[in-house]
Structure formats: C-alpha cells, structure tokens
Design a protein around this ligand. Structure first.
Ligand code: NOJ
Length: 524
C-alpha cells in the first residue's frame, strides 16, 4: 500500500518533532539530565524463541509443546488459527533484526533459547549442533555491536518429548532435564552470556496450562475451567507443576553457582509476571484478599526461592495440597538468585470471595485463594481502558510493584524484563497508520517515569526491556495483537520502524548525551 505525499509530510514533521525536545510532546525526550542512577543502566528490547524464530522443524529442531499444540486441536484456540511455524522468521533474519536493535542503540537484547532446538529429545537424545550454531551466531553478532545478550532458558516452550515421556512439569524428572539443559547452555554460551533467566513467567505457564487448560499441556478439571480438557486436575496439578519448576530453577542456579559463575562472572535470575492489585474497598476482607492474591499469583514462586518456603497464606489454605520441600531441596533453594525479573503490564481491583459471593471463573475457588479480580470498581476502571478487557493502563502500578518487591525481598536487584503496549491489529490500516503508535510511546513513557520514581526512592532497578522489538506471535491471540517497535507485514515479513522506535532511539541518544548509557563491557 503506497503512501500519499501529504502522509509522508505528516510523518516527516512528526519525526522532526522528536529531534526538537522543546516541541516534543514526549517528556522523557525533554530531560536535560539522565534520570538513571548509573550510566550502565540497561535499556533493551525483548523477544522469545517461539514468538520470533519460526523454522519450527528446520535443521534438526525437535517439536516443542507449542508446536504440538498448534499442530493439534489446540490450533482452534488460536484466535486467527495461526501458529509460530514461521512467526517473524527470526531464525533466518536475525542479522537484519540485530541491525534494527543496533539502530536503537540499546545496550542489551533479551531473547530465549528454544530448548527443543538444541535438545530435541531433552536429555534422552543427541545435541542438535545446528541449533547450538544458531545461538552462537546470534550471541556473537549481538556482542559485535556491543549489545549484551540477556538470555531466557524457558519462555513457555519446552520439548514435547518430555511431555510424552513423563508428563513434563508434573514429573520430578523434569528437574533433571532442565538441569541438563541449563548445564549445556552455561557450558556452551556462558563465556559470552552474563545474564541468565531460568524461567519466564512460570506464574502464567502453570495456571494457563494446568488450571484453566488454555495453554499446553491443556490440563484441567473441565468443571472448573472455561475449556474442556481430556485430563487434569485444576485443584492439584498446578501446585505439582509449580513445585517442579521452582526446583528446576534451583537446580539450574546450583549448577551455575558451583560450576560456572566464578569463572564466567555472570548473574542468574527468574522472571515473573506482576499485576498490581488494589483492594476494591477499604474492608479488611478485601485487603486480606489482596494480600492473598499477591501470594497466590506472585509470591508463590518467589518466596520458596528467597525464603525456602511457600507463602503462609498458601500454606494455611492449601495444607497438604502444597508439596513439601525436603531438606535437600531447601539446601538447593538457598542458592536463590541474583536478580528478580518483573514483567509489568496492568492492574486490577481485588474483591474477597470468602465472606461474600463472587461470580467469576477465575481466582474464586479456595485453591486459587478465594478472590476475584476486576478491572473496574462500580463501573469505574482502575486505569485508562483499552480495547482489551484485561488491559487498563495503570502506570502507578509499576512504581507500586517495584516498591512491593523491594520491600518483600530485601531490595534484591530487579530488572523490568518486559513492559509494552499491545494494540489490536487493524487489517485495513495503511502502513502509515500502523506506524503512528503515539499511544505506545505515551504508555512506555508513563511506565518508565513510574519506574524512575521507584528508583529515586531507593529501589535497586538495573534495567528496562521493552516488549517488543517486532510484532510477533502473541500466543492464543496469534497475530491479532501487535506489540512491536517495528511493524511486521506478515505476508512479506518486511519490518518497518514505528514512531515508538524513533522515540526509544531518541530517548537513548539523549541519555548518551548526558551522563551516558554505556555499551556494557564484557567483564571476563
Ligand atoms: C509476557 C510474555 O512473556 C510474552 O511472551 C508476551 O508476548 C507478553 N507478555 C505480552 O503479552
């Protein structure tokens, strides 16, 4: 679709405004000093293997749980009936994509390794050297441009082989497989990778895969979920899967600390999604429900890693449903983590469902914590509403989340590993309309400012990653939601920078001109 000359002119004027801070509508571009505490603060872009790579069966890659899901009946659950078979073809276009990353002048890029690409059958088969070669090339090409790789080991996808053999995360065997995989990654890439994330959002993977059954492995008690599952137990399995994931994290950290960290001098953490929760009223019941919601959603995974035990609220309510940590497990858990990764997008009101009745499919059962989430209170949304019912824009939640994590976990170093604005796709939009994403800029500015407010009050936040570099496969939403700094035309896979890309680039350039955003130097 062509641009008319008047549209070109408008786009040009818009971009010139970025270069003239006084005219710019964007406050972060008008700053005269860097707002960051250190000049090696990380500002990066984020991505993940299944959402980006494509090449789902190229060069020896094994089937992942998401390949299996999208090639089976699960396909009908994807809003546009699509899959990540091609995604944005990053596997073949990674060099072009690194040029785009480099053009933004970010100092880090977050990506994940596809476990099934390098170990198609987990520890039960050979290493796929073509897969290893791909990640070696990706890491080297990033480093050549001074961009630090920030690497996630498991971002929703794992080898289907492990599901078929022993039921994936439901079996303690998964801990051995994850440890084997993590060891291979540290050994192979750890000379160059200094930031490791064990898991991305296990607090989404578990409820979606084992409670509601919406994500693979699609297990649930159909009476409690929105979808029909062939098997599962929504009231028991989530706790078993979470337990194995937490211990898999501990196993990987143990290996890193004992075999690699001294020599490789990197750091390791975990990423969780954090929604901010406000009590819907001042009643004690709603305040307690809010605390329960935090425990059942977020602290569920972090408390064991930080304190060696599940949150008290969970212990009290779940009793024997909650698996126990043995003394050996507790020993491993003591290796903890070096940083906490937070993905923050939105906020909800929380209402108690113990003392009052709640009409909702989510959260309300006893094993979910007996609370109900709502984006509004008496018809008034918690933040600016969007076309998605789950997204009300509430930047204050970023500051509150960081402060909450800081206080609960003793100001452990934090990274905002994801924050970004998804927009519904409009198939009839012209490219220029797709490019004009001023709402995304506004969203990110407000959230970065909220993060800075928390930093000024003493929170040890060391970086911010924008989700996402490119439009990509948004899980069950398929390609119907766009998050990218760059628009992707899915027919041609052509990438086109949006205004938000110019804004991020100008923001980073501005900081470089003041106290400076440093290219991070390798510390080996
Ligand atoms: C969190 C997930 O980590 C990522 O995969 C997803 O695309 C974004 N949120 C946006 O929903």
């Amino acid at each position: 679709m062509g641009f008319s000359s008047s549209l070109w002119l408008r786009t040009l004027l818009w971009e010139v405004m970025f270069l003239l801070p006084l005219l710019s509508p964007y406050h972060l571009l008008a700053l005269s000093n860097s707002p960051f505490p250190t000049n090696n603060f990380i500002l990066g872009t984020a991505s993940s293997s299944y959402q980006y790579e494509g090449a789902y069966k190229s060069e020896g890659k094994g089937f992942s749980n998401w390949d299996n899901f999208t090639h089976g009946p699960g396909r009908s659950r994807i809003m546009d009936g699509s899959s990540g078979d091609i995604a944005v073809d990053h596997y073949h276009r990674y060099l072009e994509d690194i040029d785009l990353i480099d053009a933004l002048k970010v100092n880090s890029h977050r990506f994940s390794i596809s476990w099934a690409r390098i170990l198609p059958k987990g520890r039960f088969g050979e290493v796929n050297w073509a897969g290893i070669d791909f990640y070696n090339r990706l890491i080297d090409a990033l480093l050549l441009k001074g961009i630090q790789p920030f690497v996630t080991l498991s971002h929703y996808d794992n080898p289907q082989e492990l599901e078929d053999r022993y039921g994936g995360w439901l079996s303690p065997q998964s801990q051995d497989d994850f440890a084997y995989y993590a060891d291979l990654c540290f050994k192979t890439f750890g000379d160059r990778v200094k930031y490791w994330i064990t898991f991305n959002e296990p607090n989404i993977v578990v409820p979606m895969g084992y409670r509601s059954g919406i994500f693979p492995p699609c297990r649930c008690s159909s009476s409690l979920a929105l979808v029909k599952c062939r098997e599962g137990d929504s009231e028991k399995e989530p706790f078993v899967a979470a337990h194995n994931i937490i211990l898999s994290h501990a196993a990987a950290v143990h290996i890193y600390r004992t075999k690699y960290q001294t020599k490789q001098r990197g750091t390791i953490g975990i990423v969780l999604q954090h929604e901010w929760y406000e009590p819907i009223s001042n009643s004690t019941a709603d305040k307690l429900a809010t605390e329960r919601a935090r425990s059942f959603f977020f602290n569920w995974f972090l408390d064991p890693i930080m304190f060696g035990k599940y949150p008290t609220e969970m212990e009290n309510i779940l009793g024997s449903l909650l698996p126990k940590f043995s003394n050996k497990d507790k020993e491993k858990l003591k290796k903890g983590l070096d940083f906490i990764g937070i993905n923050y997008y939105t906020a909800y009101y929380v209402k108690d469902c113990i003392y009052s009745t709640c009409k909702s499919k989510f959260g309300v059962s006893k094993t979910e914590g007996s609370y109900m989430k709502s984006g509004e209170n008496n018809g008034i949304p918690i933040g600016e509403p969007t076309s998605f019912s789950w997204l009300n824009i509430y930047p204050e939640g970023m500051e509150k989340t960081i402060t909450y994590v800081k206080n609960r976990y003793n100001n452990t170093p934090m990274f905002i590993t994801e924050n970004g604005y998804g927009e519904e796709d409009h198939p009839n939009f012209t490219l220029e309309e797709h490019r004009n994403d001023s709402k995304r800029i506004e969203y990110m500015e407000d959230h970065i400012e909220a993060m800075l407010a928390a930093i000024r009050k003493g929170a040890d936040v060391r970086g911010y990653f924008a989700w996402s570099l490119l439009d990509n496969f948004e899980w069950i939403y398929g390609y119907t939601v766009r998050y990218g700094f760059h628009h992707v035309d899915y027919a041609t896979l052509k990438r086109t920078p949006r205004l938000s890309a110019s804004w991020y680039k100008q923001f980073i350039a501005k900081i470089k001109g003041t106290t400076g955003l440093e290219k991070l130097v390798q510390n080996t």
